[in-house]
Design a protein around this ligand. Sequence first.
Ligand code: 13P
Length: 251
Amino acid sequence: MVLRRKLIAGNWKMNGLYADGMALAQELVGRITAAGPVGFDLLVCPPATLLYPVGQVLAGHPIALGGQDCHAAEKGAHTGDLSAPMLTDLGARYVIVGHSERRYDHGETDGDIAAKVAAAHAAGLVAVVCVGETLAQRESGAALTVVADQIAGSIPAGSTSHNLVVAYEPVWAIGTGRTAQVADVAEMHAHIRTVLAAKVPDPEKVQILYGGSVKPANAASLMAIADVDGALVGGASLVAGDFWAIAESCR
Ligand code: 13P
């Protein structure tokens, strides 16, 4: 049996002015310093404006820094975008790619996402690739197929457990307070690992995170599911105590 460390990742989305981000990062550093060695990995993905200052606060502490998106190109005339090497340059080790808020709000296709993941890999980043079905897709019985197609289309050649994390985030569970049923999460995560076998040489080692209204109150039952290797947390990651409590639930 392969032991996978749990990864608890905070996606701050478009939240936080400078003072908020500093306070949140400092509180997380305080918590992990007080805790000493822990059996899980922590990652925070602030908005682009806070990457540098938050990275400065996290430096030297076991909390990784990540971006929320990157462009597929290394540089060039792409106003408003960030490249993967720019993230690496600021000390980021991870980048979220293909979040549903980008798939749906910005029209990103699986092909766009695969190109971004390849760019992330070329820059030495671990890509956290998000997949997940809409409510209509789940209700029509298409959830497993939709997610398999997203995995097939969004994960480029060259992906391994060293440069890829998958996050299953049912779109209808994001920011809604609705979480998926334990049995559905278990089924989907096992399915994702099976589908990953066509994409990576070591599917049993890939961390597969669950995301969608993860809170301190439901974290322990979600984190106990086989094939759930951590959480991608939105709203609750903006409150240091809640984010920390979610992480502690997989101690
Ligand atoms: P919430 O935890 O706010 O539902 O967001 C989940 C998410 O989209 C993380 O990427």
